[in-house]
Design a protein around this ligand. Structure first.
Ligand code: ADP
Ligand code: ASP
Ligand code: MG
Length: 412
């Protein structure tokens, strides 16, 4: 029998009625002849509530206990979906991450999957034609026997990893939109749904802020070549649409220069004024940040004309901003900067497309278009298939819409 992994996100399992609707989608695939493993998220809003409770109980919380609490949302929905499937006359059972087990690293709160033992699930398929309902987001660190979680949005990763482990024909990610769009359809109504998008581009889009898939899930899909669809759980279960296929670049006939626009509010800017312009200064700034596990993203250093001092600007994730400032201020005497200026009201807007490899001047057009709208660019980074600009967050929507139109992505 061919195997299928179906994943349903928080909005798709937000109520018992919606869980029943999910069960109808599953029933359709079982009747079409698939052995099905379903991965579920917690009900919409549940994980946020659980995180809130953890922080209320302890501000400097133990991440092992954080995982125990936040993993519980998925336990509820896996049991409920198994019950809904049984009510429809299907055989089904729930699986928690530790029962399978899904073995992960020890990085509580953002663990990485190391291995999945699919034996039990496969046995359920062959012995009993039993649907496996798997709690997403959860794992287990085997040496310690403790529950782990895969980071926010991690159920996508559970699904793709499981699809690879049980050699599923494909992985269907059901969500509240009917596919991957040229940009977030919530802020650009003219965004277009893509029929196909390459692994590489999807990886960039997810990394640069498109929250439709967790970054790690795309990495795994690419690594194991899992054909992955993003599709809507709100389609009529009797008449579903295929959604967007994430696949090899070679399988896409028509390539645009720019495929999508993404934005991330999770950026904070730090500028150090009048630092000494001499060897070793960059290291004295970035080594301590790296040691504190702070990811630095965009970096610009001004070439000074006096050769004595210069300015350096870079970005860090918003959550690490205060910590980064504290680390730099502690080392003020060593780095010898005059002033530390920071801003958290910034956003990174990016354009992604494999066509950029073979076309020059793609980013330059964006700089002009943004300038025409009076949008000031604070920092720029480019790489082979994307470029990003850092701007004031008040201009997010204007900038995303401007670039979306500029590259011909608007719906007719
Ligand atoms: P789920 O709860 O099913 O995991 P998410 O909220 O994590 O769903 O992801 C779906 C959301 O991702 C959509 O509602 C949409 O607003 C957002 N999104 C951001 N960028 C894109 C994009 N390029 N295409 C589709 N959706 C996007
Ligand atoms: N429930 C988890 C979260 O909200 C995992 C997921 O939904 O993918 O982040
Ligand atoms: Mg999600």
């Amino acid at each position: 029998m061919p195997r299928l992994v179906m994943k349903f996100g928080g909005t798709s399992v937000a109520t018992v009625e919606r869980i029943r609707n999910v069960a109808r989608h599953v029933k359709r695939e079982v009747e079409a002849g698939y052995d099905v493993a379903v991965v579920v998220s917690a009900m919409a809003g549940k994980t946020n509530e659980l995180v809130g409770w953890v922080k209320e109980a302890s501000s400097l919380y133990d991440s092992k206990e954080y995982d125990v609490v936040v993993a519980s949302g998925e336990q509820v929905t896996s049991g409920l979906l198994a019950l809904a499937l049984q009510e429809m006359g299907l055989k089904a059972r729930s699986w928690q991450g530790w029962q399978i087990p899904i073995m992960t690293s020890e990085a509580h709160g953002s663990a990485r999957i190391a291995a999945i033992d699919g034996t039990g699930i496969l046995k359920g398929f062959t012995d009993a034609k039993e649907v496996a309902v798997v709690s997403g987001f959860q794992g287990m660190h085997q040496p310690s026997g403790r529950i782990t979680t895969l980071g926010r949005g991690g159920s996508d990763t559970s699904a793709v990893a499981l699809a690879a482990a049980i050699q599923a024909e494909r992985c269907d990610i059901y969500t509240d939109v009917d596919g991957v769009y040229t940009t977030d359809p919530r802020i650009v109504p003219k965004a277009r749904r893509l029929d196909k998008v390459s692994y590489e581009e999807m990886l960039e889009m997810a990394s640069l802020g498109a929250k439709v898939l967790q970054v790690r899930s795309v990495e795994l899909a690419m690594m194991h070549r899992v054909p992955t669809y993003v599709r809507s759980s709100f389609d009529d279960p009797a008449d579903p649409k295929l959604g967007t296929l994430i696949c090899d670049e070679e399988d896409i006939m028509e390539q645009q220069i720019v495929t999508g626009i993404a934005y991330s509010r999770d950026e904070a800017q730090i500028t150090l004024r009048d630092i000494a312009d001499k060897p070793g200064i960059a290291a004295s700034i970035f080594v301590p940040l790296a040691e504190a596990n702070i990811n630095v993203d965009m970096i610009i250093q001004v070439v000074s004309d006096n050769a004595a001092t210069t300015d350096l600007t870079f970005t860090v994730p918003t959550a690490d901003y205060e910590r980064a400032c504290a680390i730099l201020n502690e080392r003020r005497d060593e780095i010898r900067f005059q002033d530390l200026q920071g801003a958290t009201d910034v956003v990174k807007v990016s354009a992604i497309g494999v066509g950029m490899r073979s076309h020059a001047g793609v980013a330059a057009r964006a700089f002009k278009a943004l300038a025409d709208k009076g949008i000031n660019i604070r920092a720029i980074t480019t790489s082979e298939i994307k470029f990003s600009v850092l701007i004031e967050s008040a201009y997010t929507e204007l900038a995303v819409r401007t670039l979306h139109s500029l590259y011909g992505l608007d719906q007719a």
